[in-house]
Design a protein around this ligand. Sequence first.
Ligand code: IVH
Length: 663
Amino acid sequence: MNDEQHIKELRDFLNTQNHNYYVLNSPVISDQEFDTKMHELIELEKAHPEFFDPNSPSQRVGSDINLEFEQVRHERPMLSLGNTYNKEEIAEFYQRIAKSTGNSNFEIMCELKFDGTSISIIYENGKLIRAATRGNGTIGDDVTRNVRTIKSIPLNLIGDYPSYLEMRGEIIMPRDGFEALNQQRIDIGEMPFANPRNAAAGSLKLQNSSQAAQRPLDCFLYYTITDEREYKTHSESLDDARNWGFKISPHCKLCKSLDEIYEFVDEWTIKRESLPYDIDGIVFKVNDLRLQQDLGFTAKNPRWAISYKFKAEQAHSRLIEVTYQVGRTGTVTPVANMEPMQLAGTVVKRATLHNADIIEQLGLHEGDTVVVEKGGEIIPKIVGIDLDRRLPDASPVAFPQKCPVCGTALIREEGEAAYYCPNQEHCPPQIVGRLIHFIARKAMNIDSIGEETAELLYKEGLVKNIGDFYRLTFDDIIGLEGFKETSAQNIINGIEESKKVPYERVLFALGIRYVGEVVAKKIANAFPTIESLMDATRMQLLLTEEVGEKIADSILAYFSKDENRTLISDLKACGLQMEKKQTQLASDALVGKQFVISGTFANHSRDELKALIESHGGKMLSGVSSKTDYLVAGENMGPSKLEKANKLGITIISEDELLELIG
Ligand code: IVH
């Protein structure tokens, strides 16, 4: 098999596996096997830039180019739906349809109303070519680059699809991913998103698609537009779309009477709690497409569809106390503990207050009666205070000045919402938080140790810092309550295995404030050994992509501490990866040559070009100097770089010329 065929086979294989995993929820191969094949594909694509395809499954990681979004005009306007809020209004809609058909022999498709942000995706010859937000309904933002990173959206269709197709649907963020994302944001002192809908919309508008790729987004499609099929019903068109590879919600029902519709509404008013994502209502659509056409549109909404919005349920309860949680980076998060109340089917007794600003905005006082709401979002939040029931002499809730656990004075940096405890070395929840972060899947991936075990190891005095994991013995673990030989051995094996985890993930695992996964990768590229990073100056750090002042200062502060330097040499002695592994070169065409890349390029992102240069033995430089051999110039490159390169007589080449160099 030649490389071109091999690339095609790998792409087809990985697309099928993505579909199995993200759309059908039934993976057939292991994650490891998937990663191996993906790696193989990426290597082959690196060696063959001529076979670049924006719809390759390898492109789901996104790119680091920052671009403003282009505006696109929708071929047909993206309308919104009229709303109903009770059964009488649903009945009015139903009766209007009955009246205009002249009989009661019609079907209504009931669907969930996903609480996210709407999207239009266009496919030509089975390939995703464009995705746009709703915008003002007529013109939206081109968010293709970010949408390509969402794994449940097919990049290439399967089966007997029409040659031109528009699918409309909703991009959502499942609740668990939303909570994890918010926790990460809180940990690094950023404002958390108010709800999964805002998080989904915000993620879609990220300028940097490799960041969008990290966001836990998902997508349900609910509307098919194509001139090439003569569907009789909406449900039929969705069945087809499912066969082309789209994720279509199974939770829909064709109803033949108002009673059946009410039944669906009642069922999901309760069952929505058990869904892993938020819905904010139900959508009713006339199933017969001829009838849809007859009913037509008003200026704003279709007459053949309407939505029912769940009531935001509220309950009153008394605040018992505000407690404060300390995260791994020391961020202190206030939590309201309330007398248990019944709210939209569940018992609620806690709600996060996020930060000191929120407490102040609410004007929360000790013992206040608070109004708690569950809207489209399942996570309860305090939306107000019943001032009539404020206790006499109640004092405002005061954010503590000292760490609630270790007593150290809290710090709030300028422009940040969060207070944090600076006692990184000795504040117990920070130590345990760091241990848990270290073993996490995206860090050292020691999944044989769970969060509880990590806490236990700390409490028992066996693991006081991350280096201690590597000194644990089988006997240490078997001595703990509840551990048998197999589980103890699994832990030892997991720790041993983690020594193979690559350098960039070790950097992330260290838990340096503000150094997330993406930043860790960039740092590992710029400073390929831990020593070079430890010796980096502020200026050198600032020259690294994604690294601004906040991150640079945090890295400097981390390595300025003797205990951290000792920890690093300890980890190195234990056998952890402390330098970037040289991958095997695709060729030695560029060995000994030094490159600078500037501007944006038609066919590749800057990261892709860098990877390409390095895979052929070239070295990347961050700025033009007399050592530079080639300046790869794209569009909009800085004039000063160009001028300097000209002055120094450096060869300036285009993207295509670079590819020619590689051959
Ligand atoms: S149908 C012309 N179906 O709700 C009909 N919309 O105001 C197009 N939504 O903008 C919409 N779930 O973003 C439809 N199952 C569903 C939906 C749904 C959520 C959103 C969509 C739309 C808004 C209605």
